[in-house]
Structures are given as C-alpha cells and as structure tokens.
Write a protein that binds this ligand. Structure first.
Ligand code: SR1
Ligand code: MG
Length: 390
C-alpha cells in the first residue's frame, strides 16, 4: 500500500516522523526503523530516524508554532523552517563542507530533512567536558569570512544583494534577538532570570545610563545595518564538532545584519565557557578567539583582494576601516550576548551547570563585569590579544 503524506501542518511525534520518513521514500515501507526525538534546543523538534543497524539515518527537524522553551504563550512563525533551509543552502554555495546536507524541505509542515550528524558533538557540551578542537578556529574563521563576504556588497553586485535582503526578511526571529539580547537584560523586564545573589549587581547595571546608551547604539546597528546574510544565532550550541570537522547548524535567525554580530556571538560563547572553567584553562579559550579572528580577518582580506565588486575597495585605508569596524562591533555584540546569557531569559549550560552556588554566582558576577566592559570599551580594545587583560 502506497504511503500518503497528510496535508497541512501537524506536530510530529516519533511515530508520525518515522512514517513521514518512509512516505518521503527515505526508507523502504517494511524496513525496521528506530526514531527518537533528540532536540535539546529552545524552539524545535529534532527526530533522528534510522535503520536498526545504523547503516542509514537522517534527521527530521520540525519548527513548532511556539517557542518550546517558553510554551504556547510565545507563538512563533513556522516560516523560520524555510529561512533555515534557504540559509543553509545559500551558505553551502560558499562553504560546502561547513553545513549539513539538506535532503528535503516542506514549508507547510515546517520540516527539513537533513544529514544526521550524530557522530559529531555539540561544541558547547564538548567545551564543558574540557575537550579541545585544534581545527575549530580555522573552520569557524573561514566559514565566517566566506559567508559574510560573499553575501555582502563587497562580494555581490547591488541588485543581487538587495534581492537576498528581501528573501531573508525575518521579523519574528529578529524581534526575539532585539528583545532578549539587546533590550530586556538592560531593563527590569519580566523575562529576565538570575540568582537573587546577583540582584544588587543587576540593579546597578539597570541604573547605569552609560551602559544603556551603548547597548542602545548596538541595538540600533543590529536593527539597521544590513551588511551580510548572518547566521543570526551563532552560539556554541549551533556548532557540531569532531576532531577533524566542524558543521554549523540552525540558522533559523538568519537575516541581513551587521557582520560583527555573528563573530561576536561566537566569541561571547567561548568567553562564557572560559568563565566557567579554572584559570589555567583561560589561555586556551582565549587562543580559540584570537586564532578565529586571525583566520577570519586574513581570509576576509584575501576575498577582498580577489573578489571585491565595490569600486572603493582599492582605496587605501578602506579595508582597514571595515575590519576595524567589524572588530569593534564584534566586541560590543559579544558584551551584550554575555550579559543576556547570564541574566536574561536564555542561559547557557556552561554557567548554569556550575553546581556549587558560590562558584556559580562568582562566575556570573565576572560575566556581568566582562559583558559591561566589552560594551563600554569596544572602541579601545583593538585586537583579541587584549582580551587577556579583561
Ligand atoms: C525564545 S528563544 C531563546 C533563544 O534561543 C535561541 O537559540 C536564540 O538564541 C534565542 O535568543
Ligand atoms: Mg538554535
């Protein structure tokens, strides 16, 4: 009997996801399969489906009409599934080895079928476990340079770029970032969440008009500066690693924004991990940041010299100006990300997982101080080596 896919949207279960995989022809009708929901993110279902002997497996990812982390009180557009698969497809043009393969998308069901990366580990977990990945900076720095250069006005002609800006308008997901990263943590907002022991520190932050002013300026950049197609949520939970490979997943927040935002989120999440670890591990974490920035800026420079379509690109000083601006934004956005992951709605396991309360509160106090300094001193910090002093 031929299997038929039901019409319309319905939230998948392990058994209906398995049926869907068969209906779409990924497996034979009578093949014995397993299916488990493995999603540990904030927003979506992720089903892993495969043959019992693991010869073949796929991932079915489905967007829910609300944020899983909050519940049905926070409705969320299903269009993000289409944005995610279009962004992965676009990024694949510039860096095919850095993103998972997409096998199928269904806009109505908000489903993407993709390569199973179960032999990889989520970078956040691997860093918490103290693992090291010497090739990570090369992979991430190259991914950032290629995706951000080739979708910008430097790598594309103006018409094609504007068409892409239009395709990646993503108001609902951008609103989440505008609120959760750039606004709520700097105000006494209901969505904030922190240990009572941090209250005095957090209230001092809310009373600090200079921090608010600078956070406001960074938010405006995020709202208005359509440099490049961003991943939009490049924290260490959006990166899969193994010793010799790195894959970037989950670009459902993709939109045209300031280049430093992606770089800053990555750096911030490495710093958050560093804050959760003993002092002797800090130089190793800072090296990930310096090496990633160095790979990013030298690859961006090579692309600029070889492929730039902008007439002004050969003007002396212009490349240095752009890289300087990206670095300053990177540091500022990193500061906002560190603060929101510490006192906002969406935390990180690196800090929340510190079981000793005194140690946890101390690490979070340091995180607030660090985030604040990065926001305020982003024009003074000129290279990643200086972060060692912070
Ligand atoms: C309600 S969504 C909370 C966070 O999860 C996503 O991964 C984004 O980082 C978002 O800010
Ligand atoms: Mg995500």
């Amino acid at each position: 009997m031929a299997l038929v896919k039901p019409d319309g949207y319905y939230p998948l279960t392990e058994s209906s996801a398995l049926e869907l995989a068969k209906t779409l022809g990924f497996f034979d009708e009578y093949e014995e399969l397993f299916c488990s929901e493995i999603g540990d993110g904030n927003l979506n279902y992720v089903f892993r489906i495969g043959t019992k002997l693991y010869e073949k497996s796929i991932i079915i990812k489905q967007a829910l009409p609300y944020a899983k982390v909050v519940g049905e009180s926070m409705p969320l557009t299903l269009k993000r599934a289409e944005i995610e698969s279009s962004a992965l497809t676009k990024f694949r043009e510039f860096t095919p080895d850095s993103v998972p393969k997409i096998f199928y998308t269904d806009t109505e069901l908000a489903v993407t079928v993709m390569e199973d990366l179960s032999d990889y580990k989520i970078l956040r977990k691997a860093l918490i476990d103290g693992q090291e990945f010497p090739l990570l900076p090369v992979h991430i720095g190259t991914y950032l340079a290629r995706t951000l250069f080739f979708t910008s006005d430097f790598g594309l002609n103006g018409r094609d770029k504007k068409e892409l800006v239009g395709r990646f308008i993503n108001p609902e997901l951008c609103k989440i970032t505008e609120d959760l990263v750039f606004t709520d943590p700097f105000y006494d907002h209901d969505s904030n969440d922190f240990e009572e022991e941090l209250r005095e520190k957090v209230e001092a932050l809310w009373d600090d008009n200079i921090v608010r002013l600078e956070a406001g300026k960074l938010k405006r950049k995020f709202l208005t500066q359509a440099d490049s197609l961003l991943h939009g949520d490049l924290h260490t939970g959006s990166i899969f690693v193994k010793q010799d490979d790195t894959k970037i997943i989950d670009p459902e927040f993709a939109f045209y924004g300031p280049i430093g935002f992606d770089v800053g989120q990555f750096i911030a999440n490495i710093l958050l991990n560093s804050l959760s670890r003993p002092k002797e591990d800090h130089p190793g974490r800072l090296k990930i940041i310096s090496d990633t920035w160095n790979v990013f800026s030298s690859e961006f420079t090579n692309l600029w010299l070889e492929h730039n379509q902008e007439t002004y690109s050969t003007t002396a000083g212009y490349l240095d100006h752009i890289l300087g601006e990206i670095f300053e934004d990177t540091i500022g956005f990193a500061g906002c990300e560190i603060i929101r992951r510490t006192i906002g709605l969406s935390h990180v396991a690196d800090l929340d997982g510190i079981s000793d309360k005194n140690r946890r509160v101390k690490a979070k106090t340091d995180a607030i101080d660090l985030g604040r300094r990065l926001i305020l001193q982003r024009k003074i910090i000129k290279n990643p080596g200086q972060l060692a002093l912070y």
